[in-house]
Design a protein. Structure first.
Length: 143
C-alpha cells in the first residue's frame, strides 16, 4: 500500500480520491470538493489517499492540524473512508497509522475525529484502533 498527500490542483484528487470520498459524502460534487479544498487548504486542510499495489485508490482522509484551548494542538480528521471494495483489508488502519505519525511529527497531543451516530461499524473500528469516545458533538443547521 502506498499513502500519498495530494495537494490542491493534483488531478488525482478528482479522478482517484473523490470517488472514494463520495462513499462517505455522497452529496459532494466535484465543484464543491474543489471549492472546499481551495478554501480549506489555507486553513490547514489536507487530503491523503491510500493506493493498493495495483494502483487503485482504496482510502481517503481529510485532515488538519488545529490549535485550541481544549487540546492545545491536535490533528483533526475531517474524513476517513475506505472504499467498500477494500474494507477489512487494512486500509483504514494504514491511513489512521499514517495520520497518527503526522500528528506526532507536528507535536500534536491528540488525534481527534467525529463520527455519525449511525456508523456503528466505524465506531467498532475506531475503538479497536485505540480511540476513545470522549465527547458529544452538537450541531444546529443554519438555513
Amino acid at each position: 500500500m502506498k499513502i500519498i498527500d495530494l495537494e490542491p490542483g493534483d488531478p488525482r484528487l478528482a479522478s482517484d480520491l473523490l470517488p472514494v470520498l463520495r462513499e462517505l459524502r455522497p452529496h459532494l460534487t466535484a465543484e464543491q470538493f474543489h471549492a472546499v479544498y481551495t478554501e480549506g487548504h489555507g486553513q490547514g486542510l489536507r487530503f491523503t489517499a491510500a493506493y493498493t499495489d495495483d494502483g487503485r485508490c482504496a482510502g481517503a482522509a481529510g485532515w488538519r492540524i488545529v490549535v485550541n484551548t481544549a487540546t492545545l494542538r491536535m490533528l483533526y480528521v475531517d474524513d476517513l473512508v475506505t472504499a467498500e471494495s477494500t474494507r477489512s483489508a487494512g486500509v483504514g488502519r494504514a491511513l489512521l497509522s499514517y495520520l497518527e505519525g503526522r500528528a506526532r511529527e507536528a507535536g500534536c497531543h491528540y488525534l481527534d475525529l467525529d463520527s455519525g451516530t449511525q456508523r456503528t461499524r466505524a465506531h467498532r473500528f475506531y475503538l479497536r484502533e485505540g480511540l476513545d469516545i470522549v465527547a458529544f458533538h452538537f450541531s444546529k443547521p443554519l438555513d
